[in-house]
Design a protein around this ligand. Structure first.
Ligand SMILES: Cc1cc2nc3c(=O)[nH]c(=O)nc-3n(C[C@H](O)[C@H](O)[C@H](O)COP(=O)(O)OP(=O)(O)OC[C@H]3O[C@@H](n4cnc5c(N)ncnc54)[C@H](O)[C@@H]3O)c2cc1C
Length: 530
């Protein structure tokens, strides 16, 4: 992209000074704050603080800040988790900038836990070789971070927050993204509103709701990934999806989590016959890596034997005071975890792939930047190291702000554009039978265990569903689903979060990232359709 963007700005930019951010999670709000005092409009599908995975994060943020920790150690853990395809240069950059971004969060008022001497309390998580997770009151990190940022955003006059605006489309002029079109009233309005912009930053989060079982909020449905792909952006590593092995299977959507700490405390996984199946699969049994446990649970569920987390001996009578959130979820569903095993199922938790961005968060389409879970920066490779995702969101959101400030000269000319868009009849995607089927099929064939044949039938089904439902919001989801399914079909090996039962080994010649456009995915889909 040229450095003097003014010389090539599209017609629609004349008189427009707005930077539009799609999404009010951690990435979106942090970017807006870092852009201040530039005029920014944040469009969020739900009121900020709701409808965002950021507010649900329990663990915290990874940052190499303890005296014994180093960038090299954090990097080594990140590379190991990523199964051979982490972009080392970008990961090093993210990790090096982590401590400064934590200090930024402190300056915005995030009350990270501290010890008696006022030093940040750092805890340790699985696959981290050091204590490096900053958290708030144990498991309240996401909520506390979001509360602090929301207060800061509300006190920043240059930031306008439009809540309940569901962005449906990017406006593309030639090679440029020059604005977005959104539907107000949580997407229920009959009219749409256009937001011309000098720059658009996509921060729309993950893809969990493309699947039947997920831990993500309903707004995480791959819309931003789909919209960016439709605008021509290059997508990277879409096949890599991380599953949490033990979501509580009580028919709730999204599914509540039975935290990994329960297994850490000795809870065991059994099937309906009471057999402890993880001991057959891995020497570490329930404490095996997340993807191994997820496959073990999935195989039992698929075989009709069911999977249950039995905490009766390991936690027993202490359940209520030690794990109050899990306890409440179980009791609501009529399961007493003190005396009964908890039914569990793997759930989509995090998307490693996404819109390809460079170190400054720029996508391959001019005028479009992206940050947070919707992106693929390359730092996660084939599997995310726990607590690196919030870190990625803040580091790259800050870099985007710097980049945009450097590229767009400040201007005093300013007006908020608010044009009534086309009329469209009321849409309630949630009721669509095509959406329900898409989610079921994605879970069955692009889930924890995949196969070439299963993915082929999925790709054909996605094409049929696309013909049956041509609504724009569904087509955004379809675009994201197509990218995930075709990339999973093409990658004939198993690596990180991607497991193919017909190619269970990791293959050296596949030790590279996937780069694909929507057109590439559509070509593969057309070949399969014959
Ligand atoms: C239960 C849970 C626990 C987790 N725990 C941790 C943890 O401890 N540590 C860690 O590092 N990571 C954790 N993660 C992952 C992490 O929370 C996410 O990766 C991260 O918060 C993503 O931030 P984001 O800003 O990209 O997206 P989000 O926080 O999901 O925000 C996305 C925003 O975009 C909006 N949006 C979506 N589509 C549209 C649209 N079409 N138009 C307008 N707005 C739209 C949403 O409403 C929302 O405001 C966890 C995730 C979950 C689900």
């Amino acid at each position: 992209m040229p450095t003097n963007i003014e010389s090539i700005r599209p017609q629609s930019w004349q008189g427009i000074d707005d930077i539009v951010i799609v999404g009010g999670g951690l990435a979106g709000l942090f970017c807006a704050l870092k852009l201040a005092p530039r005029p920014v409009t944040v469009l969020a599908a739900a009121p900020i603080g709701h409808g965002a995975s950021s507010a649900w994060a329990q663990g915290g943020i990874a940052a190499a800040m303890s005296p014994g920790d180093t960038v090299e150690k954090h990097l080594a853990d990140t590379l190991a988790a990523g199964a051979g395809i982490v972009d080392e240069k970008i990961a090093r950059l993210m990790i090096s900038e982590g401590p400064d971004r934590i200090r930024d969060l402190l300056s915005y008022g995030v009350p990270f836990d501290r010890d008696l001497e006022g030093q940040l309390l750092l805890s340790r998580e699985a696959a981290h070789s050091e204590r490096r997770i900053v958290r708030v009151k144990g498991d309240q990190a996401g909520k506390a971070i979001m509360e602090a940022l929301i207060a800061a955003v509300r006190n920043t006059p240059s930031i306008r927050v439009m809540e309940g605006y569901v962005v449906e489309e990017l406006v593309v002029e030639g090679r440029f993204v020059s604005g977005v079109i959104a539907r107000p009233d949580a997407g229920k309005s009959k009219t749409r509103v256009a937001f011309p912009a000098r720059a658009v930053v996509m921060c729309s989060g993950g893809i969990g709701h493309l699947y039947q079982v997920t831990t993500n909020p309903a707004e995480a449905r791959g819309a931003g990934l789909g919209m960016a792909a439709k605008a021509g952006a290059m997508i990277a590593d879409p096949e890599f999806v991380q599953f949490h092995p033990t979501a509580i299977d009580i028919g709730r959507d999204p599914a509540p989590l039975a935290t990994e700490a329960l297994r850490g405390d000795g809870a065991i996984l059994v099937n309906a016959a009471g057999h402890r199946f993880m001991t057959d699969l891995h020497p570490d049994a329930e404490l095996a890596p997340r993807d191994v446990v997820a496959r073990g649970v999935f195989a039992e569920v698929k075989a009709g034997r069911g999977a249950f987390l039995d905490c009766t001996k390991a936690v027993g009578a202490h359940f209520r005071e030690r794990f109050p959130t899990v306890y409440a979820s179980c009791m609501e569903a009529g399961i007493d975890p003190v005396t009964q095993p908890i039914p569990v199922v793997p759930a989509v938790h995090y998307h490693m792939g996404g819109v390809l961005v460079d170190a400054d968060g720029k996508t391959t389409v001019d005028g479009l930047w992206a940050a947070g879970e919707v992106t693929s920066t390359g730092v996660h490779g084939a599997n995310r190291l726990a607590s690196n995702s919030l870190l990625e969101a803040v580091v790259f959101a800050a870099r985007i702000a710097e980049n945009i400030k450097g590229m767009l000269p400040e201007s005093t000319l300013y007006e908020w554009p608010k044009n009534a868009g086309e009329n469209d009849e009321l849409v309630t995607l949630e009721d669509s039978p095509q959406l329900a089927e898409l989610r079921r099929r994605m879970s069955a064939e692009a889930g924890v265990i995949r196969s070439g044949e299963g993915l082929k039938t999925l790709i054909r089904d996605i094409a049929r569903l696309e013909r049956e439902n041509t609504r724009i919001r569904f087509s955004n989801m379809v675009a994201a689903a197509k990218l995930i399914a075709t990339a999973a079909y093409r990658r004939e090996e198993s690596r990180g979060g991607h497991f193919r039962s017909d190619c269970p080994d990791t293959v050296e010649s596949w030790r590279h990232r996937t780069y694909m456009t929507l057109k590439d995915a559509e070509r593969t889909a057309a070949e399969i359709a014959g």
